[in-house]
Design a protein around this ligand. Structure first.
Ligand code: AMP
Length: 484
């Protein structure tokens, strides 16, 4: 099923850096929030490529003796978050393969909308795929290109793919970074002494001590070979459609992406929410941690105090990160615990960054009610999610999205929200509107993909494209494999 190919990931690369693997390891560590199921590093010493990949957190995959297996001064790394069935080692990136021109490694953040079709066409011609990831398609296309120069072959290959791709690819001497023409996913260029660094987010540049240079632009190809750095714009120009959900949930607040501070945008989302949906209450609290900035923004705008009604256990992953749904349910309980005396008898504004399925919200509301809160006013710092994402955000099949299912038999937005309010069991419920969300970014509103909120997909979506149904999937989690 195509849905198996869906990913949400972080990438990091470095060129011309002594002990490159150690720096890539650090960079991936800073990007851990973008993927917690697998990590990998490939490096070149100018001749030979070495790699290590594994299932799990960066720290677990790379104990010192395993990191020491990877050597070189050019390298790329990846943290991976699959939706289901694909978290085994075969799918952990970067992919490292060989073709007639020599070795090639590639890692990818995003999701291709024509990956399944291309894969089918390649298989018909005899190609054998080692993974279920759409990223492997790109390696096949590079290997089959008639172009002789590595960068030309990469461009030739990427002209055939559609969808979201921020990519780092390398051979033994060159590194190429690419952002798709819509620029769905972020990608930064930094400089660390003589080394050039690439990272999904600036928080990774900060940790390795790299200066922020600029973002790779939508549709840009950056090619590094020796001391030469070249930039190309080989794709047909389109209006950028950067993923608004990166601001809402995915990116780290201390990062700058799409030209804006994530923290500032999130606070502004909260401020806009307070303007649209004010309420009299004793204090504002967040669903930590992803909602903290939005809740602070709501508190600043409303003049209400902010309090920590929930305490989060920081030693567990994000709610959605484990692909087994049973673990996810368990995750809510082990992750968040109310501070009973803080919330007891209080009228609370509870700010959440988003509601996807609604299962988390329902559980945390039940937890608060058990603490005898007086009133709960749920405030969501993004609009109702009514469509699946095909560009790399883990939104489930539309039938599992609470705002979509509740919209059936409703005549307007108010009716849908009222139905969700009753389902969640809160006193009041309000969501941000699409215009207010776009305003909060401070950017040109035309430059964002808002398809999950309004159905405006920037690319055609193939009719056979299905979103995974995690609960019913043949899920396999191979934790025992480890690459030698
Ligand atoms: P639920 O409504 O139960 O699906 O959970 C929604 C919560 O999960 C939100 O409060 C977010 O903080 C978080 N969330 C939203 N989107 C994602 C995603 N794509 N991956 C992981 N967590 C997410």
């Amino acid at each position: 099923m195509y849905g198996e190919l869906k990913e949400e990931c972080g990438i990091f690369g470095i060129y011309n850096q002594k002990n490159a693997p150690n720096w890539i390891y650090l960079g991936l560590y800073a990007l851990q929030h973008r993927g917690q199921e697998g990590a990998g590093i490939v490096c070149s010493d100018g001749q030979v490529l070495s790699a290590h990949r594994g299932v799990g957190l960066v720290n677990d995959v790379f104990p010192p003796h395993k990191l020491a297996r990877v050597k070189g001064y050019i390298g790329i790394g990846h943290v991976r978050y699959s939706t289901f069935g694909a978290s085994n080692l075969r799918n952990v990136q970067p992919f490292l393969m060989s073709y007639f021109q020599g070795p090639i490694a590639l890692c990818h953040n995003g999701n291709l909308v024509n990956g399944e079709l291309l894969k089918y066409q390649l298989e018909q011609k005899g190609a054998i795929f080692q993974s279920t990831s759409d990223s492997e398609v790109m390696i096949h296309l590079i290997a089959r290109s008639k172009e002789h120069q590595f960068v030309d072959a990469v461009i030739d290959a990427l002209k055939k793919v559609k969808g979201a791709f921020s990519i780092l690819t390398m051979n033994n001497k060159e590194l190429v970074a690419v952002r798709d023409p819509f620029g769905f996913r972020p990608l930064w260029i930094g400089k660390k002494g003589k080394a050039i660094v690439f990272a999904s987010e600036t928080c990774a540049l900060d940790l390795v001590g790299a200066k922020w240079v600029r973002e790779v632009e939508p549709g840009e190809v950056v090619h590094i070979c020796g001391n030469e750095v070249n930039s190309y714009f080989p794709f047909k120009e389109v209006v950028p459609k950067q993923c608004i959900f990166e601001f809402i949930y995915v990116a780290r607040p201390d990062s700058v992406i799409f030209g804006k501070s994530v923290d500032q945008v999130r606070k502004q989302l909260g401020r806009e929410l307070a303007k649209i949906a004010p309420v009299d209450a004793d204090f504002v609290m967040a669903v930590p941690d992803s909602s903290n900035p939005a809740a602070l923004g709501y508190a600043h705008e409303s003049g209400l105090p902010f309090d920590m009604g929930f305490i989060r256990n920081h030693y567990v992953g994000r709610t959605f990160i484990e692909p087994d749904p049973k673990m996810r349910d368990f995750g809510v309980k082990i992750k968040l615990n109310p501070s009973k005396d803080t919330v007891k008898g209080k009228r609370i504004v509870l700010v959440d960054d988003s509601i996807v399925r609604g299962t988390t919200a329902r559980k945390i509301i039940r937890m608060l009610k058990r603490c005898k809160v007086k009133e709960i006013h749920y405030r969501v710092a993004s609009p109702p999610i009514i469509n699946s994402c095909y560009y790399g955000i883990d939104t489930p099949n539309r039938e599992k999205l609470i705002a979509y299912t509740m919209s059936k038999e409703c005549r307007n937005r108010e009716e849908i929200i009222e139905k969700i309010r009753r389902y969640l069991g809160v006193d009041t419920l309000a969501y941000l509107t699409i215009p207010a969300m776009l305003k909060a970014t401070g950017c040109d509103p035309k430059h964002f993909c808002t398809a999950c909120f309004d159905n405006n997909y920037p690319t055609p979506i193939p009719s056979n494209f299905t979103i995974p149904d995690k609960e019913n999937s043949a899920y396999q989690h191979d934790l025992t494999l480890d690459e030698r």
